[in-house]
Write a protein that binds this ligand. Sequence first.
Ligand code: NAI
Length: 256
Amino acid sequence: MTGSMQGKVALVTGGASGIGRAAAIIFAREGASVTIADTSIEPGEAVAQEIRSAGGNAIFVKTDVTCEDDIRKMVAKTVETFGGLDAAFNNAGTSGSFSTAATCTNEEWDRVMDINARSVSLCMKHEIPELLKRGGGGILNTASRAGDSGSPNMYTYITSKHAVVGMTRAAAIDFATRGIRVNALCPGFTYTGMIADAAKGAGLPPLEDVAKLMVPMQRIAEAEEQGEVAVFLCSDRASYITGHAMPVDGGMSATH
Ligand code: NAI
């Protein structure tokens, strides 16, 4: 019995916490050597250490995904350490502040688009040449339910996540005959630091109550439930899936 990522090399941006952390641990469980990339140093190092303590291979590379030079170094360090790259989970993101098309400042637009959208494009730009050297591989970009639908006061976040779905589809088509599959993960409400902060900032009722109203399964996802799908979509087990924006949302997308 071997794991779905046995002998492969994966990198995860935003791997220090939440969905990225869960995915990094599952990549390692499935046999991959893993690079954890994040701005958050101590938690990122801790995820790498946790994987190594369990017998896996992992490194942490401090990376700000808004900085192309950091992304170049993240990919180079991965290839130098593990010999190549087979799978990339471009997942780092921010919730952004609450605004509309009329109130969003230019600074907020640039900040959220840089972290959530431009970063994903820059990551793919530097990952794709390495995947091509291995004859292909899997890229997964974290979008959101907000990549496919709107909701009030989340102008920049929704715009940035629609961009992630768009660039995923475009890249999937461009590289479909060259062995590279590109998909997007569209999580619904998931227990992580980000959603706890966003809910507090919005003055929302407890998330569990929101889930009872909005989610057919009437609960919030665990980060591991996103991580399992992420690793599947990056693995050869998803060999005929590309250009897909996969909702993992307890049925929310079935309601509209
Ligand atoms: P999280 O806050 O636990 O993880 C985000 C990670 O990204 C953190 O470790 C943070 O340090 C890192 N990060 C932020 N800016 C960065 C930068 N410039 N460079 C490198 N790393 C950076 O949150 P979560 O929920 O795990 O978020 C992961 C992805 O999932 C995000 O793209 C988010 O938009 C998306 N998402 C989350 C949902 C949820 O309910 N938690 C729902 C839909 C999408």
